[in-house]
Design a protein around this ligand. Structure first.
Ligand code: UDX
Length: 433
């Protein structure tokens, strides 16, 4: 199949490369010329396990190419929209880029087209796309909502082994096109879930908000656990073993960040407000997520002492919004660094992949050092703060941690072995334990 991906960000690039790997002929479009140039040379700006090899393989076999030209992109049979839809201040998704892109598509369209939307868009957007294209051209637009559920850090794996493929469409022709698109994956029929376009749009929000709710739920229990002298790790095991609840997304800590959950919860609250639906559930999810940050920050201040803070230095482990990605969008670590930087003597930052990405957000501070490894400057730091649970932090070298001047560790992800740390004579501060 000849397909074009409109928008070569995270979702677009992974989807485009993987569809090419399935044998389709794929053109990835982006308005950013520099990005397209480096992608054409096989250089990806995102760190995603397995992606580089897939990019190189498919560029070489000429199944995958990159362009900034809508004229070229519109020659495809099927367009996949992967345009970013960032949240406005009000929480409403910003559709400016999507609308600009539709304008360019309608200017170059020369035939009836299938338009698949993978971007997370407000309910009703696919209908808008159909009306826009059909009113500005003489061609029919077959709209399909096909939300993506790829997780950063395992996006390639998620693409090839999806939990399900949600397809919102209106016609048999659209169903047939989607079957053909995914056919090389050889998935059983039950993995394909067909529904109304609006249901598919809402399914994406429902899925992400359910997971965010699960995180805020366990975080609220962790707050209670501190007063009950209980341990949130033990509680997680106690409830997660019930298959109706499940073990996943029950890790208490600094809360959710990234480019999806914060934005999608905001969008859902915004939708509820617009239709005067009670928005207390998702507002509470968002509030609890913020509480976790405040509680953790307070633990640091209380333990270090407000007065001593300006004379204290910290080693910070992990800046990406979660492990196995260099994405720092809505990263809670960055938020904490911003909060601390003006108040402390020095911050030493280490992340296996995201140092370069974080630099652009932090270059206003002159008391930050970027470390080559996790232990450089341990001896110059009073305490260690773990913000992102990269696997390489799991079994730290205790003799190196013992170099911390104040022998204190603040574990924002409840990731380290508390007993081992305490045994080594270091004070441990987690969340809910
Ligand atoms: C999410 C959805 O999982 C994915 O299906 C969708 O397509 C895009 O949004 P992603 O943003 O890549 O994926 O990250 P995810 O693994 O879901 O984690 C989101 C945030 O929740 C991270 O900040 C993570 O640290 C946090 N989290 C996750 C917790 O705090 N506790 C947990 O138990 C799990």
């Amino acid at each position: 199949m000849k397909i074009s991906i409109i928008g070569s960000g995270y979702v677009g690039l992974v989807s485009g490369a993987c569809f090419a790997d399935l044998g389709h002929s794929v053109v990835c479009l982006d308005k950013d010329k520099t990005k397209i140039k480096s992608l054409s040379q096989g250089k990806s700006s995102i760190y995603e396990p397995g992606l580089d090899e897939i990019l190189k393989r498919n560029i070489q076999s000429k199944r995958l190419s990159f362009t900034t030209s809508y004229k070229i992109a519109c020659q495809a049979d099927l367009l996949i929209l992967c345009i970013d839809t960032p949240a406005k201040k009000s929480g409403e998704p910003n559709l400016t880029n999507l609308k600009l892109s539709l304008k360019s598509i309608s200017a170059e369209l020369r035939k009836e087209i299938f338009i698949v939307t993978k971007s997370t868009v407000p309910i009703g957007t696919n209908e808008y796309i159909k009306n826009f294209i059909e009113n500005s051209t003489s061609f029919k637009a077959n709209i399909i909502s096909n939300p993506e559920f790829l997780k950063e850090g395992s996006a390639v794996q998620d693409f090839f082994y999806p939990s399900r493929i949600v397809i919102g469409c209106e016609s048999n022709a659209s169903r047939k096109a989607m079957k053909e698109l995914y056919a090389p994956l050889k998935l059983p029929n039950k993995k394909f879930i067909y529904m109304k376009v609006q249901s598919a749009e809402l399914t994406k929000y429902a899925s992400n908000s359910f997971l965010a709710t699960k995180i805020s739920f366990i975080n609220k229990i962790s707050q209670i656990a501190e007063y009950a002298n209980a341990d949130i790790h033990e509680i997680k095991r106690g409830i997660g073993s019930d298959s109706r609840i499940g073990n996943e997304f029950l890790n208490a800590g600094l809360g959710y960040g990234g480019s999806c959950f914060p934005k999608d919860i905001k969008a859902l609250i915004n939708f509820e407000k617009k239709f005067q639906i009670d928005h207390s559930l998702f507002s509470a999810v968002e509030a609890i997520n913020n509480q976790q940050f405040t509680l953790f920050y307070k633990k640091i201040i209380d333990a270090m002492g407000q007065k001593r803070l300006k004379h204290s230095s910290f080693m910070i482990w992990g800046i990406s919004f979660k492990p196995n990605t260099n994405d720092v969008r809505d990263s809670i670590a960055l938020r904490l660094i911003h909060r601390l930087a003006d108040q402390v003597k020095h911050l030493y930052l280490y992340d296996p992949e995201a140092l370069r990405e974080s630099f652009v957000h932090l270059n206003q501070y002159n008391n930050i050092t970027y470390c080559k490894n996790a232990y450089e400057h341990m001896q110059s730091s009073n305490a260690l703060i773990l913000c992102t649970e990269w696997l390489e932090f799991k079994n730290p070298e205790m003799n190196m941690l013992n170099r911390l001047k104040d022998k204190k560790i603040f574990d924002g992800r409840n990731f380290l072995d508390k007993e081992i740390i305490i045994k080594a004579g270091i004070q441990y501060f987690g969340l809910g334990r």
